[in-house]
Design a protein around this ligand. Structure first.
Ligand code: F6P
Length: 365
């Protein structure tokens, strides 16, 4: 949407939606401080758009409320990860309402001029719907998965990769001591960004990602070759969304109303199969939500702070319906409509994939 003059920005709302990512609090802090310093009040909305629906889930945020949260993981506003909220009507003590109509109505009732919506692909898609329905807003991309198009990076990813790399380092020593195969399952949904980056940083021997369906015979060959030259242990990093050639990603739960499908089990299956094929003792570790917890890295804190400051700048300029994006060395605004419904996959000809292959890393293909 084209910039339009917003001379009377007095009160904005801020919310966090989808799975949490380290750096959410840093964005909230930046939004509150940057807004406050230009005379704009901020309303904190709890549990994503629920904060607009239920009056007791909205509270004013001042610089005092955000002091000390820069380094805290999670989000002081709470979040929900619920799939498509438009599908079902909502019931509050005041009655039952159409979800979208109620959000727009309550946005006005709160006296808000605009929103900052911090979230991943799901929250940005919901935000886009509300932008189309007339709510002036700016999106801030967040995800540990790094799968949002239009931005080179999102805060949360660096923290997740750093944690996974540390885990791989630790697993190296025990794998080597026991001459085992260790399979590490990392998050990332339908993309292999975390697996690729932590795998390369941790010196994994095999990296399995959703973008490259794998063949375990090829993986076994790589492990046998390592044994032959004397390595006798191997580290396999597998993304939760990785799938065998001709097969499907492994699920712990299918999609149901209001809930997206949950991935899981890829590491365990891969581990059992590799043990059978290679005859080597194999163990697996699922890093799971540890990748999302804890304090954000310096990189993520800085990016998140820049995103928050830029979001307020865009609102003050009347630049709505856009997402803040990292286009190094700048932050820019990209239209939400160019972002929603898309997934940023690992490019198979990327430098990192080519370099890993050149070093002998197997992608199982
Ligand atoms: O999108 C972030 C993410 O952590 C994915 O990597 C993972 O598949 C998913 O969220 C897990 O979601 P939940 O915390 O709802 O189980």
């Amino acid at each position: 949407m084209a910039p339009r003059l917003m001379p009377t920005l007095k009160k904005i709302g801020v919310l966090t939606g989808g799975g949490d990512a380290p750096g959410l609090n840093a964005v909230i802090r930046a939004v509150v401080k940057a807004a406050h310093n230009t005379g704009v009040a901020v309303l904190g909305l709890e549990d994503s758009f629920d904060g607009l629906i239920y009056p007791d889930k909205a509270r004013p945020l001042t610089p005092r409320d955000v002091t000390g949260i820069l380094r805290r993981g999670g989000t002081i506003l709470g979040t929900v990860n619920r799939g498509n909220p438009f599908a079902v009507p909502i019931t509050t003590p005041e009655g039952t309402f159409d979800y979208a109509e109620r959000v727009v109505e309550m946005f006005r009732a709160h006296g808000l001029d605009a929103l900052v919506c911090i979230g991943g692909d799901g929250t940005l898609a919901i935000s886009y719907e509300f932008a189309r329905r007339g709510i002036p807003l700016v999106g801030v991309p967040k995800t540990i998965d790094n799968d949002i198009v239009g931005t080179t990076s999102c805060f949360g990813f660096d923290t997740a990769v750093s944690f996974a790399t540390d885990a791989i380092d630790r697993l190296h020593t025990t794998a080597e001591a026991h001459r085992r195969i260790l399979v590490v399952e990392v998050m990332g949904r339908y993309t292999g960004w975390i697996a690729l980056h932590s795998g390369v940083a941790g010196g994994a021997d095999v990296i399995l990602i959703p973008e490259i369906p794998y063949d375990l015979d090829k993986v076994s060959e790589c492990i046998a070759a390592r044994d032959q030259w004397g390595a006798r242990f191997s580290i396999v990093v597998i993304a939760e969304g990785a799938k065998p050639k001709g097969g499907q990603a492994s699920l712990v739960e299918g999609a149901r109303e209001g809930h997206v499908e949950r991935l899981g089990g890829a590491g365990m299956t891969c581990s059992k199969e590799l043990e059978k094929r290679t005859g080597k003792e194999t163990r697996h570790v699922v890093l799971g939500h540890l990748q999302r917890g804890g304090t954000p890295t310096a990189f993520d804190r800085t990016l998140a702070t820049r995103f928050g400051g830029k979001a307020v700048e865009l609102l003050l300029q009347g630049h709505f319906g856009a997402m803040v994006a990292n286009h190094p060395p700048d932050l820019v605004a990209v239209p939400l409509q160019d972002v929603v419904g898309k997934t940023k996959l690992v490019p198979l000809d990327s430098d990192l994939v080519r370099t890993a292959r050149a070093l002998g890393v197997s992608f199982g293909d």
